[in-house]
Design a binder for this molecule. Structure first.
Ligand code: ADP
Ligand code: MG
Length: 257
């Protein structure tokens, strides 16, 4: 009994990393987009990634999702190291949900079909099961009444919520968001952020590239600030916003707040 208790306490103190990035290097030709990036994300943790345009935020999360191949260092997602091998890549993609700035829904499929496709093709769900799961998650993002419409018939905010539901239908272990609200009209930003806050409250592990600092304050366990391909500062949101340590972070905050 005692041993069980000790293990439980240990696990509580140090939850296992779902994403471990070590010494990551990514180049585009001669240009180094990421140099020696280290980031460890524990299960259930919420990270807000921010920094000036061109600092490497998208490249970092694209490497984690293996949309980009890295040139050096290691990325381990849920215990699987990303190498160039296809079987790893597909395994990892299954566990990682991604939501982009442009919603990237399939225009020729209805909302519910958008959500059913990958679970059927990749997870092998039957049509009935995929439909049931899709409707359940569309209900969660409060858009199930639009299930049979096509993406072009929805507002931007609604499309982005469908994109979130579609990613969730794969039951990912982690969700990556790359500026999910920056293409939206201002009045639609809140509905998408509210959905993300709900997801965070449910315990999802999240890495969010966003400049929505109110959102960061509300849900982030850690704010990670990047500049010129490197992580230059990491802190809890309260500390980061109140007392950024580096001049670069102060400049950045001065511009966006
Ligand atoms: P952020 O998301 O922080 O704005 P990115 O990760 O998109 O930054 O880009 C980081 C740097 O890498 C930028 O200088 C960008 O021009 C460069 N970059 C990104 N993708 C490519 C690519 N496919 N080919 C060449 N350069 C790229
Ligand atoms: Mg970007």
């Amino acid at each position: 009994m005692k041993m069980v208790q000790e293990i439980a306490v240990n696990e509580m103190a140090r939850p296992p990393a779902i994403v471990a990035v070590e010494g990551l290097v990514k180049r585009f030709g001669h240009f180094t987009a990421l140099s020696d990036v280290n980031l460890s994300v524990a299960a259930g943790e919420k990270i807000v990634l921010c920094g000036p345009s061109g600092s490497g935020k998208s490249t970092l999360i694209r490497c984690i999702n293996h949309i980009e191949k890295h040139d050096g260092g290691r990325i381990v997602v849920d215990g699987v190291e990303l190498t160039g091998r296809m079987d790893d890549i597909n395994g990892v993609r299954r566990e990682v949900g991604m939501v982009f700035q442009s919603f990237n829904l399939f225009p020729h499929l209805s909302v519910v079909e958008n959500c059913m496709l990958a679970p059927m093709k990749v997870r092998g769900l039957s049509r009935t099961d995929a439909h049931e799961r899709a409707i359940g998650l569309l209900r969660k993002v409060r858009i199930h009444d639009q299930a049979n419409k096509y993406p072009s018939q929805l507002s931007g905010g609604q499309q982005q919520r469908v994109a979130i539901a579609r990613a969730l239908c794969m039951q990912p272990k982690i969700m990556l968001f790359d500026e999910p609200t920056s293409a939206l009209d201002p009045e639609m930003v809140k509905e998408v952020l509210d959905t993300m806050v709900e997801l965070a409250t449910d315990g999802m592990t999240m890495i969010c590239v966003t400049h929505e600092m109110g959102f960061a304050r509300e849900i982030a366990d850690r704010v990670v600030f990047m500049d010129r391909g490197a992580i230059v500062e990491e802190a809890d949101p309260e500390t980061f916003f109140r007392a950024p340590r580096t001049e670069r972070a102060r400049d950045f905050l001065g511009q966006i707040i």
